[in-house]
Structure formats: C-alpha cells, structure tokens
Design a binder for this molecule. Sequence first.
Ligand SMILES: [Zn+2]
Length: 317
Amino acid sequence: MAMNRIQFQPGMSMPEFCRRFGTDAQCAAALEKARWPTGFRCPRCDRAGHCVLPGGSHKLLQCNACRHQTSLIAGSVCHGTKLGLSAWFLAIYLISQAKTGLSALALKRQLGVSYPTAWLIHHKLMQAMAEREDRHVLEGPVQIDDAYLGGERSGGKAGRGSENKVPFVVAVSLTDDGHPSRTKLTLVPGFTLKAIAQWAKDNLAPGSTVFSDGLACFSAVTDAGCAHQPTVVGGRKPKDLPEFQWINTVLGNLKTSLSGSYHAFAFRKYGARYLGAFTYRFNRRFDLSTLPARLLLAAANCAPHPLRSIRSADAHC
Ligand SMILES: [Zn+2]
C-alpha cells in the first residue's frame, strides 16, 4: 500500500540535526544561505558589496554602496526575536518531523520556553507553511467535497446541517494512475455558488476536471474554466463511495492530526493556518528527510508577522 512508503521513510535523525544545527552559529550560517543562496544582496539597492558590523545578538550586514543595514533575521519569520536561532531551528525540526503536527504545549516543553513564546513560534511557522501552500493551485483531475471544522467531529464531516462549524473545501488532485498528488483545504464563507466560483478561481488551474457529489454549488467550478463531473449519490455521502477514497483519506488524517495534537482552538480565527500547515506536511509526505530544510527556506522567506497580525483573524469568513 502506498502509505507504507511514507511511514517507513527515514526522516532526519535527532543526532544528525544536532550535528548540523546544534549551535546558534551553525543556524546563522544556514539561515544566511537560505535567505541569500547566491550571496548577500542589499534589500534596498540590490548590490552585493557589504561588510559585517561587530556586536549585536544577530549578524548585522551593511551595504557598501548605500550604507543600508540589514540584520540576518530582519524580514524573515524570526524578525525581532530575542531567542537564539538554535531554538527556532529546533522548532522547525520538531514541527516538520511530527507526522501529525505538534501542539504549542509540546513545543513549550521541548524548547524550554514559556507557553506564549511557544505559541507564537508555532503560529509563525504554521503561517510560513500556509503561505507556501497558497502559491500552489491544483490541476488535472480533482476530487472535491464539503467539510467542516468544529462541531461534533472536529476535522471530519459534521454534516451539512449541524451548528457550530466552520466550512472548508477539501480538494485532492490525482495523478494519471489515480493516486493523490496534492491536496488543498480552504476555508470558505459557505457552500454557495458565489463562494465556490471564487474558490475555484483562486485554487484550480483552468482546464481541470472536478469530481464532486451532487451538491448544487459545486457546479460553479465551471466559472473558473473547469469541467465538472458530479456523481449523484442518492442519499449516500461520498465517504461511502470508492471514487472519493482520497478525500476520505485526507479528512481521516486531518481528524487524527487535530484530535491528537491540538487542544481546541478558535477554528474561525486560526483554521486557515492549521489547515495550511496540515496541507504543507501532507503535500511533502514523500520527502520527510528534506522537510526541515524546506521549512527553513519557507521561514526565511516568509514576510515577518508581528504578534498583532498573528493574533488577528485571517480567516476568509
Ligand atoms: Zn544598498
């Protein structure tokens, strides 16, 4: 079965991580390489000539041409941090290697920091993962279905009529031989023609073929230049149909992740970030050993988010 290939891959061992990223100096060198793969460029004038200024808790570079000063962490996800970079790297390692995600509480214990600090690191890294995922659209054959955060079965399907739930679209693109390629989980304001038309424009490549059940709003994917093939299931939900097995696999994994790793959280406020982080991990499931390096790259190039923007509602509804 395909999933075994995922479960038994080696990942990066803790000793290897410590050998490569055990000190702040090693982490600073890795962050510099991730931010400027071909060498430093001044963010203001794009010239390469620079000197390193002495002092400071993080490396400070000054452009020889325009004298602009840039800290190694300025403009990255670690912007303004007082923590050592090795703590950030350990967080990146732990979050990327935890198959079903990691709670802020677990991160607090592992890093030896306060809960508010762990919470903020966790959310900043999840934000970096979610932003990375936003850049991808699905293409080819795509299965979609309606799903809900909250309600009786968090992360699963609470039923279309139940209260206290945050709706999201679950979508899985398939390879030519019918295996899942990528997934996207996206909060939507509701299951209306207008919301699905907008969702399809944002998340599907024109020319994709969308498979769904008979829920009327899904026909709006044609507004985004996609073909629509509904399967009218006559009272049965797609979960009962083999055609939608990958939708069910993704939702099952999500449910395990949310119930096993996280305390209840404000679904409407933070749901997009949790779904983005889950998706990031799922879409890189065949490549566990390179995941810390990839997440570092995402974190190094993620725009900085001050606490107030991390705490503000970023949900679409
Ligand atoms: Zn400059």
